[in-house]
Design a protein around this ligand. Structure first.
Ligand code: NAD
Length: 445
């Protein structure tokens, strides 16, 4: 069932009536399904503000993106985005720069605008005062995101490690784009860990790469296969035999190959490794199920089946791909976690256990595989408009949809875009992270 409030809110009169009734008035968000561009911000006015060690890098990246840079308060003209370098903040009094700048300039930010605040990591601070202040910037950005949501605008924070300046471009391009529409209120750490790829192409960044997407017959998996292919990857689309027909359709649409098997099969890891004998660059562990019941009522097979698909299959497949040398250097592994794995959920002890386990898994694997330039991350979707959420009872679905800063559910394509970004060479600084794609959901925040 579609989002009726979103449809009503697009009509001016209905929007005013909804507001008068105290109802949410979500905006139809600006999204892009276009391939990555060399100069995605051409013709757009951006404000770059704040003083810090990343300023020169930010200036170069934004100019390369084609943005027309304006200073703080320069002429009061509207801006499509604001990038604020807060890395010089060292004392509590320095935080006032955030208040002053955003207080004076926020009205300039266009609807659907983007705010990205950049600072250094608290762990690299000179002392506890500076560490506290850097962490304070996260609270500021999260709150700002909550204020901006009603305009369809987002605010995110980049924590950059000291030597990670040359890895900022990919995350900045993503967060400022219309591919990151449902990523809101998130802190993203850019690390200098592991060797960077020789090249970080800005367009068609996945050309020449092979990607595996499990659970690709429908939903987020099918959207991810399309998105990876759009950026140049050859995609091997995997799903269960019962989903062979839609799987073949996905594979045909993206010009990829269909691989029909159950990931829990004893021989599944060997069959997958065999099908990828030329090597694989991107592995997206998307196949997943729910088997919801409160714990006392949960039959054993609900627990066992869910663990086998949502967790054990992933561990076994990765083990085999690594042992057989199928996963290439500079590879990318992305697991589908969930905000349920962050917050927990009544009736989902099995699901939350598996999804939380993946958060721990990507953190540990990222450290182990960093010397090979391989990154391992998770994506945690919030409420996404899929068949799964369409089947929820009305009131639960309504609550899930509205309890975020953008007052609406995300689309499968929003999750696919985040996965695709993490799969690119330009995301080499991000590893061991769980990126929420949830419109800044209140759940688990
Ligand atoms: P979906 O049910 O639409 O698609 C899942 C796919 O996985 C299906 O095509 C299914 O056939 C396949 N699959 C299931 N068991 C398999 C097995 N044993 N072997 C091979 N393939 C198998 O789900 P979705 O909503 O697109 O979700 C995709 C992933 O995102 C899941 O891991 C899910 O837990 C996670 N997620 C979804 C949401 C949401 O709101 N939809 C929220 C958080 C997390």
């Amino acid at each position: 069932m579609g989002d009726y409030l979103l449809q009503l809110s697009d009509n001016g009169l209905a929007r005013r009536s909804l507001k008068a009734l105290g109802m949410p008035t979500p905006r139809t968000l600006a999204r892009s399904e276009a391939p990555y561009e060399d100069r995605p911000l051409a013709g757009q006015r951006l404000v770059l503000a704040g003083e810090g060690g990343f300023n020169a890098t930010l200036q170069r990246v934004l100019a390369d993106c084609g943005a027309e840079l304006a200073g703080a308060g320069a002429d009061g003209q509207p801006a499509s985005a604001v990038v604020f370098d807060a890395s010089a903040v060292a004392r509590a009094a320095d935080l006032r720069a955030l208040y002053s700048f955003f207080h004076d300039n926020l009205q300039r930010l266009a609807a659907d605008g983007r705010v990205v605040v950049v600072t250094a990591t608290p762990s690299s601070a000179a002392d506890s005062v500076q560490a506290a202040c850097r962490r304070g910037i996260e609270g500021f950005t999260r709150s700002l995101a909550k204020e901006l949501g009603r305009r369809g605008a987002t605010a995110n924070l980049i924590y950059a490690e000291t030597g990670a300046g040359d890895r900022l471009e990919g995350p900045l391009r993503f967060l400022l784009s219309r591919h990151a529409t449902y990523v809101d209120g998130q802190p993203i750490t850019v690390r200098e860990r592991g060797p960077a790829p020789a090249e970080m192409p800005r367009t068609q960044p996945l050309t020449g790469k092979t990607a595996l997407v499990t659970g690709a017959a429908q939903g987020i998996g099918a959207a991810t296969a399309a998105c990876l292919a759009r950026e140049g990857a050859t995609v091997v689309c995997l799903d269960i035999p019962a989903a062979e027909q839609p799987l073949k359709e996905t594979a045909a649409r993206v010009g990829g190959r269909a691989l029909t098997l159950d990931v829990t099969g004893e021989d599944a890891p060997a069959r997958i490794a065999g099908a990828l004998d030329d090597g694989v660059d991107v592995v997206v562990h998307n196949a997943g199920i729910t088997r919801d019941k409160t714990l006392a009522r949960m039959p054993e097979h609900y627990w066992d089946q869910l663990m086998a698909i949502n967790l054990e299959a992933i561990l076994r497949i990765d083990g085999k791909l690594e042992a057989d040398g199928v996963l290439r250097d500079q590879g990318r592994v992305v697991c589908l976690s969930s905000i349920g794995g962050i917050a927990g959920n009544a009736g989902q002890t099995n699901y939350a256990t598996a999804k939380a386990a993946l958060i721990g898994y990507v953190d540990a694997q990222a450290q182990r595989l960093a010397p090979r330039g391989i990154t391992v991350n998770a994506v945690a979707p919030g409420f996404i408009e899929t068949r799964m959420t369409a089947a929820m009872p009305f009131m639960i679905r309504e609550a899930g949809r509205r309890m975020n800063s953008l007052s609406q559910g995300g689309q499968p394509g929003d999750v696919a875009e985040a996965i695709t970004f993490l799969a690119t060479p330009g995301a080499c600084g991000i590893s061991g992270m769980t990126l929420r794609v949830c419109g800044q959901s209140l759940i688990g925040a």
